[in-house]
Design a protein around this ligand. Structure first.
Ligand SMILES: NC(=O)c1ccc[n+]([C@@H]2O[C@H](COP(=O)([O-])OP(=O)(O)OC[C@H]3O[C@@H](n4cnc5c(N)ncnc54)[C@H](O)[C@@H]3O)[C@@H](O)[C@H]2O)c1
Length: 279
């Protein structure tokens, strides 16, 4: 099959692991020159070497997307090495952020927003400012089903993803006249943390397609959005989730069962929260 991204330079943040890694590797196989960006420098280097080992072209640039100076370095380095950037995937994100709302605090909120939402903004800002002056490009953000259907115990994370979707639409509208397309992927329950076979089976039961996703499941939609086949697609959220959002119940409910809700006491001595009913 012909390579679909040959000649393109692509930055993938969060490229050392999980969804970002799978997309970086697939982009490399599709002929793109890949800049693997991650706060995990060693991991990013290993992914870049893997892409080169498979016959592709890649470099690693250690980046903390929550810090403007670090994002500036990522883009400066990319432009110095390759002279352009055509595609950016903003997959860097803090996951495993569960905390009940009653136990939330400012540091929890700020840390998650710094990476998931501000990081997406900072990277998009540098990308757009280059692309607008050089004939356009493609930006792909990474949202979550939590943007529109609440996870239990994940208010800060879900708020960042709602922000990512609003930001994606706003960027798409502002940047369309400059030939820049901006879309977002909505991953379903993707096995990026090495789920046990039991966990996969249990979560799979609540997913219409009957299984959790693997990181590679995300890559076809990413290639499509990055390619000229999506030349008239902008401002869209593309769910790659085996049908989760189309159905009534998220399997992630099980990650934070009611039994983990804080046991606060009411002043009148009544139990403050309802008992678990159906998980
Ligand atoms: N896995 C899922 O089921 C799922 C579902 C919905 C959305 N998502 C989203 O997909 C994206 C990727 O998630 P994943 O499951 O692949 O997670 P992951 O933990 O496997 O990968 C995330 C990567 O981001 C990097 N990272 C973290 N903080 C960073 C920072 N400050 N600067 C740069 N890099 C940083 C990590 O080092 C890691 O390599 C996230 O935005 C996540 O919210 C994942």
């Amino acid at each position: 099959m012909a390579e679909r991204l040959s000649g393109k330079v692509a930055i993938v943040t969060g490229g050392a692991h999980g969804i970002g890694r799978a997309i970086a590797e697939r982009f490399g196989a599709e002929g793109a020159t890949v800049v693997v960006s991650d706060i995990n420098a060693e991991g990013a280097e290993a992914v870049a070497r893997g892409i080169e080992g498979a016959g592709g072209k890649a470099i690693a640039v250690p980046t903390d997307v929550s810090q403007k100076a670090s994002v500036d370095h990522l883009y400066d380095e990319t432009l110095e090495r390759f002279g352009t950037v055509d595609v950016v995937v903003n997959s860097a994100g803090l996951v495993n952020t569960e905390r009940h709302f009653l136990e939330g605090d400012e540091a929890w909120w700020d840390a998650i927003h710094g990476v998931n939402l501000k990081g997406t903004f900072l990277s998009g800002l540098r990308a757009a400012n280059f692309m607008a002056r050089h004939g356009g490009g493609v930006i792909i953000n990474v949202s979550s089903g939590g943007a529109t259907r609440a996870h239990r115990g994940n208010a800060a994370y879900d708020a960042t993803k709602g922000g990512v979707e609003a930001l994606t639409r706003a960027m798409a509208v502002d940047l369309a006249p400059y030939g820049i397309r901006v879309n977002a992927l909505i991953p379903g329950s993707i096995n990026t943390s090495g789920m046990t076979p039991e966990t996969k089976q249990e979560r799979g039961k609540a997913i219409p397609m009957g299984r959790v996703g693997e990181p590679e499941d995300m890559t076809g939609a990413a290639v499509f959005l990055a390619s000229d086949d999506a030349g008239y697609v902008t401002g869209q959220m593309v769910a790659v989730d085996g049908g989760i959002l189309a159905a009534m119940r998220s399997p992630a409910a099980d990650i934070f069962p009611l039994s983990k809700y804080p046991d606060v006491s009411r002043q009148d001595g009544e139990p403050a929260r309802r008992q678990e009913r159906n998980g």
